[in-house]
Write a protein that binds this ligand. Sequence first.
Ligand code: FMN
Length: 193
Amino acid sequence: MHILGISASPRSGGNTDFIIKEVLKSAKESGASTEFLPMANKTVHPCKACEYCAEHKECTYDDDAELIFDKMMDADGIVIGSPVYFGNIAAPLKALIDRERVLWHQEKTFDGKVGAAVAVAWKWGHFPTLASISGFLLTNKAVLTSIGGIPGLGLMVYADEMGEAAENVESIEEAYALGKRIVALASKIGDGT
Ligand SMILES: Cc1cc2nc3c(=O)[nH]c(=O)nc-3n(C[C@H](O)[C@H](O)[C@H](O)COP(=O)(O)O)c2cc1C
């Protein structure tokens, strides 16, 4: 069982990175292998709608999108976190989502994989951010999960300054619950190996 954690924050070592790592720590404690994938050191160009992928089943860009999609395809569970930027996901994740067009043409989906969303913000915009991430996962047939209760659509973390999430005990507990939930559900869906 392998769980991939993607942080879409352009700020390396920030709050989103921290929370995604907490989710993965918990998944590991539940017996999964894990990988943390920060987008801060990745390059993903925005789709330019050239339609090359429709014919050739690959993208004209030679950047990190393919690597990220390959890692997603290899995982049993995928948790994606983004900082809220002006009420929605950060630009690197939007670029990745638009680039999923190549997956469609390759007829690849996240069918049978568990997906979960995390939004980190100072104050507002969690819900549109969670909806964007969840939409991405659901569009590609992932089985969406969360921990239930008020953060139903995914984890909502309140943090702003660098390091603030690490002081947020409630969010750390929720990240742990999410890690456990992803592994438990992925075990039910797959064969648990
Ligand atoms: C460009 C930019 C836009 C932001 N927009 C919002 C926003 O709409 N709502 C909000 O509550 N916080 C907003 N923030 C604050 C971040 O969401 C917050 O600092 C978060 O903790 C950053 O996560 P990170 O440390 O993982 O990068 C914004 C920050 C930046 C840099």
